[in-house]
Design a protein. Structure first.
Length: 331
């Protein structure tokens, strides 16, 4: 309800005739200024009550939102904002609410970077103060950030997960309204937000990476063998030296490729045999399931010796079996 100017009746056309002269006097000069100021004060009080007026408050009296919209702070962007506000002032106000548990303090709804700038510059922060409940707080914060094009998908996904964990409702309708997304998109957001915290922290904002690519990473991470591989990849010095988006791309590529398969050690054994008179030589190659004997000589002796071995294979094999059986019986 609008507050009435306590002196407004002095200007009432129906005022008593006896007071007409006083009214005429009151409506002029300094009296008119006083009455106008009181009108402005009353209107300003109404605006504050409705949360429409912009006021300046000490940033040290403002506590962070109970649910955060961002995890990481881009220092380059912060420095740019700092210089812009230093030179031109804070053009866009933040929104705060009276702190629900700390009388005399405020809780930020949105505008955390502008609060940090104000603290850095030692200035007051321009803010709209509005009494709102937690549900409206969440919706206002979510919609304010959804309207900005520079908010990374992963930050919105983590915000959605934080709100869902608060259990303000059973069907996540508050998250859907805050982020203006459908249930299918929200499902993917919550799925991506469940990625290991170490992996998310190692990748960072990855501003140019959208929903579908993040969801692709989530599906890759669902493969149990990729968990350990991901930990190894994000621990590499070369990975840490990349930009955030490049770290994302590199991790996805490595997970798709999988660990390099270790080649089995070859069971092949090679050796050479030469008789005492050196009249020939034999190259022996023993594989796991194959044995090759190649005999070489200057004359026909290689062929003759080869034929001899072939003709006596039965006897040689029997001798081999007997020796093998005997060896198995020995303790």
């Amino acid at each position: 309800m609008a507050r009435k100017n306590p002196f407004a009746k002095l200007l009432d056309a129906d005022a008593r005739p006896a007071d007409h002269a006083a009214v005429e006097y009151a409506a002029k000069g300094a009296s008119r200024t006083i009455l106008s100021t009181l009108d402005e004060m009353a209107a300003r009080a109404d605006q504050l009550a409705a949360g429409e007026a912009i006021v300046e408050i000490d940033p040290n009296l403002v506590d962070p939102s109970f649910v955060r919209d961002r995890r990481a702070e881009d220092e380059k962007e912060f420095e740019e904002l700092l210089e812009a506000i230093r030179e031109n002032g804070q053009n866009s106000p933040i929104q705060v609410r009276p702190h629900p548990r700390s009388p005399g303090r405020y809780m930020a709804v949105f505008g955390h970077r502008r609060i940090r700038v104000a603290k850095t510059l030692g200035r007051k922060v321009r803010a709209v103060v509005k009494e709102i409940a937690d549900r409206e707080h969440i919706i206002t914060l979510g919609q304010e950030n959804s309207a900005r094009a520079d908010v990374p998908f992963i930050e919105r996904a983590l915000f959605a997960a934080d709100v869902a964990r608060l259990k303000h409702d059973e069907d996540n309708s508050i998250v859907l309204k805050a982020l203006s997304v459908d249930r299918q998109t929200l499902s993917k957001m919550l799925s991506v937000a469940s990625l290991p915290a170490a992996v998310l922290e190692a990748i960072g904002e990855a501003k140019g990476v959208g929903r579908d690519r993040w969801y692709e990473l989530k599906l890759l991470m669902d493969k149990p063998s990729n968990h350990d591989l991901a930990v190894d990849v994000i621990g590499e010095d070369a990975f840490r030296d990349l930009s955030s988006e490049s770290r994302f791309d590199w991790l996805v590529q490595r997970l798709k490729a999988g660990r390099p398969t270790k080649r089995k050690r070859s069971a092949t054994e090679k050796r050479k045999w030469v008789p005492a008179n050196s009249s020939m030589s034999a190259e022996i190659i023993a594989y796991t399931r194959r044995f090759t004997l190649a005999i070489k000589a200057k004359g026909a002796e290689a062929r003759e010796f080869g034929n001899y071995l072939s003709e006596h294979l039965d006897r040689l094999y029997e001798a081999f079996q007997q020796d093998s059986a005997h060896s198995r019986k020995e303790p």
